[in-house]
Design a protein around this ligand. Structure first.
Ligand code: RIB
Ligand code: CA
Length: 325
């Protein structure tokens, strides 16, 4: 049975691999790809997404969206993904052009036209926040909202407290986490350690799979491989967006998850963008009036997200390899 999907992305190198995974999964029908600024300015992210779509021989509507966060200054991850977001590969400009319509109305109309659609977010939540603010009813029309974002009560990757997508636009993230969308949170911590592509995994992609897509997946991540080691001290290549796409395509790849109240820190200097997961379920017990602000925000601690705590690493990698054939 065909499953309909809409993807919101700030297309840089790991997003591109996630797009390949969705484009190359036979029973996934991508209704739209909406572009949000994050890793890259919208123009570059749009070029990267459209190049990737053409590389897969597909034709999917692309809609460009917000070029900056709701209130914060833009921050581009050139240091991590390279000047073009694709490892400096300077791929040729795609023939595929973006549609005229803006990403926000496109998100709203695509969701309304396809009730039960699967929404996957791979970048800051600026577009999605505005879409659900303009049309709150779409929150109930999405079957799953699989979010690459956050760090579930663990260290961040852009600051000690926060993961990049949430940190970029914390106000948008808070709006989305309180929108009623059926959020499945896939934190960056799930792409670390053994979930990284090791040197041997990357050799497997190049020498055994040895297809244009398997070489592309490694080539476009050339800068990310270096940055992952120099910036984060992790081995080889971390692929947070592809891990998230794997969970979106096959939910059983997330082997341990639970429902929690998740809040996004928007006021902290050192904790901006932190995803505060009420893992112990204590928020509902707070009675002390001095924490009134907590009560203003939290619906008395009612869970608003399913947090993924663990993935099946061999099956994540097997799904990736299957789509690179
Ligand atoms: O923190 C990782 C996330 O930030 C990924 O989506 C990556 O593409 C960047 O957007
Ligand atoms: Ca991304």
């Amino acid at each position: 049975m065909t499953r309909k999907m809409i993807i919101d992305t700030d297309t840089a190198s790991d997003d591109a691999v996630a797009l390949v995974m969705a484009l190359q999964t036979p029973d996934i029908e991508i209704e739209a790809i909406t572009i949000v600024a994050g890793n890259m300015p919208v123009e570059q992210a749009s070029l990267n997404a459209r190049y990737t779509i053409e590389l897969c021989g597909k034709d999917v509507p692309v809609y460009d969206g917000l070029d900056r966060p709701l209130t914060r200054a833009p921050y581009r991850a050139y240091f991590f993904h390279g000047p073009d977001g694709m490892g400096g590969m300077n791929y040729p400009a795609p023939k595929l052009q973006p549609r005229q319509q803006h990403a926000v109305p496109a998100l709203i109309e695509t969701i309304k036209a396809n009730p039960g659609i699967l929404l996957v977010t791979l970048g800051p939540l600026t577009n999605v926040a505005l879409a659900v603010a303009q049309a709150p009813e779409i929150a109930g029309m999405v079957s799953r909202c699989v979010v690459m974002g956050g760090a579930a009560n663990t260290v961040g990757n852009i600051t000690p407290a926060a993961e990049f997508n949430i940190w970029c636009d914390p106000e948008a993230a808070r709006m989305v986490f309180h929108s009623g969308l059926p959020i499945e949170m896939v934190g960056w911590e799930l792409c670390r350690g053994e979930a990284n592509l090791s040197e041997a995994d990357m050799r497997y992609c190049r020498e055994v799979i040895n297809t244009p897509l398997s070489h592309f997946a490694i080539d476009c991540n050339a800068t990310a491989i270096q940055a992952n080691q120099q910036w984060l001290g992790d081995p080889a290549l971390a692929l947070p967006d592809p891990v998230t796409m794997a969970v979106a395509i096959d939910p059983t790849i997330c082997t341990r998850s639970s429902r929690h109240y998740v809040e996004v820190e928007c006021d902290g200097i050192f904790t901006r963008g932190m995803t505060v997961v009420d893992q112990q379920g204590v928020a509902a017990n707070i009675q002390d009036p001095s924490v009134a602000v907590w009560e203003q925000i939290v619906r008395r601690g009612s869970p608003n997200a399913t947090v993924c705590w663990e993935i099946d690493i061999p099956r994540w990698k097997a799904l990736l390899y299957q789509t690179l054939q």
